[in-house]
Design a binder for this molecule. Structure first.
Ligand code: GAL
Length: 418
């Protein structure tokens, strides 16, 4: 399903004996899309730890939040028989890469360190293909966050909203006071990031799962979904005219600099506040997306390892897998990244109030059925379905299409992508 041509091309490459690997002795080539300030600081942690162990890091960064461009580049590399050592691949897509027969088996590293005991089952299940570990998780991001500049709210005399109605009321006041209420970047993945939070707020967790996990046409084209689209249009009203095409980290900068009051974004945004030396609770405030308190849209970043044969390349790859799961990496990386460790029972003391809230709600939401996979970040469906949802949401966002029409289109787009 990733690419029908991928299988054919890689089989052809194998048959003609041209399958080769770029990783030389002790080198790891790592494909990722972490190029913003906070992201780059985070990935540098892994580089440093591996270099300290004598391995060489070959950076393969493909810019573009959400990773669409990175995935396109990855496919062409694998098709040409030159997969990197590891690539940032998440969620159900891991199964698709497993189907292609190009992934490595990490069981010896996983068994030696006891990964099954160190990871929540909801995480370890996703990292396995056919019962074997093929990927390693670096974190758990929460997507349904709102990042707030409290000073802007104060200047506008507005109350930080915890409900949808409260949002509209606050946004009106902020606009009237001459600030931009919502910092947004008009890119498909960002439109869908806001859209899925609205779906969770307006429809609740069951509706969210019916729509984005089960892909139930009755949920996709429902009066609730119409309301979600209408709400998305309302959010757009409170963004600025320069939003189209803007990168997410530049939107975060608008909140940091007090030009905008809030941003709806996953907690990688916190990485930008941290890199700028800002403190949560005083300089900025993290709150659940209005109407989603106690609910948690998860986005787990992970690295899939590709089959690099044996020798030093495999040794370096295993070292990377081992290092990622070690407490030291899980702590420093996540302090920079804004996420929480994927590994269980980590000390909490170095983490801030936003991370504590995330840790508590991750556990709490899993008990109430409110822990849901992020559609916009590739956790709930295969990439083709996600792409179909992106296209519909963005087409709606950038036109005067009615919310009813958008809900109808959502069903046909999803069905034709399967
Ligand atoms: C997400 C990814 C995050 C963050 C974000 C923006 O898909 O999971 O780690 O980097 O994109 O680039």
């Amino acid at each position: 399903m990733i690419l029908n041509t991928l299988k054919k091309a890689s089989l052809a490459a194998l048959a003609t004996g041209v399958l080769s690997f770029t990783a030389s002795a002790g080198e790891v080539e790592v494909l990722h899309w972490w190029t913003s300030g906070g992201e780059a600081k985070s990935v540098a942690v892994l580089k440093q730890l591996l270099e300290k162990d004598g391995h060489t890091w070959k950076d393969f960064a493909v810019a573009g939040g959400g990773g669409e461009s990175a995935m396109t580049v990855l496919k062409s590399r694998v098709v040409s028989g030159k997969p990197p050592t590891a690539a940032q691949i998440k969620g159900p897509s891991i199964q698709e890469w497993g189907d292609e027969g190009v992934v490595a088996n990490l069981d010896s590293v996983a068994n030696a360190a006891g990964w099954d005991e160190l990871l929540p089952k909801v995480v370890s299940d996703v990292m396995k293909y056919d019962g074997n570990y093929v990927a390693v998780p670096v974190n758990v991001h929460r997507v349904n966050w709102m990042w707030v500049n409290p000073e802007v709210f104060e200047k506008a005399g507005a109350k930080i909203p915890s409900t949808w109605d409260g949002f509209v009321e606050a946004a009106e006041k902020i606009k009237a006071a001459g600030f931009i209420p919502v910092a947004h970047g008009g890119q498909a993945w960002q439109d869908s990031t806001t859209f899925e939070s609205l779906a969770l707020a307006i429809g609740g967790s069951q509706f969210y799962n019916d729509a984005f996990v089960k892909l139930d046409p009755k949920a996709l084209n429902s009066p609730t979904m119409v309301k979600v689209f209408e709400a998305l249009r309302t959010v757009k009203k409170y963004t600025d005219k320069d939003a189209p095409g803007r990168d997410w980290n530049l939107a975060t900068a608008m909140v940091i600099q007090g030009k905008a009051a809030m941003q709806f974004m996953g907690d990688w945004a916190k990485g930008e506040f941290t890199a700028a030396g800002k403190k949560p609770g005083t300089d900025y405030i993290c709150m659940a997306f209005p109407g989603t308190r106690g609910k948690f849209t998860f986005n787990i970043d992970s690295f899939v390892m590709f089959d690099v044969g044996g020798g030093d390349a495999k040794k370096a790859q295993d070292a990377m897998a081992r290092t990622i799961m070690e407490p030291k990496f899980q702590e420093i990386f996540n302090l920079n990244k804004g996420s929480i460790p994927a590994r269980l029972n980590m000390p909490r003391d170095k983490f801030d109030i936003c991370a504590h809230q995330s840790m508590d709600e991750f556990v709490g939401s899993s008990k109430t059925g409110d822990l849901v996979p992020s559609m916009a970040h590739g956790m709930s469906t295969f990439a083709a379905v996600q792409g179909a949802i992106y296209d519909t949401v963005t087409a709606f966002y950038n036109s005067d299409m009615s919310a009813q029409e958008a809900a109808q289109k959502l069903v046909s787009a999803v069905q034709s992508s399967m």
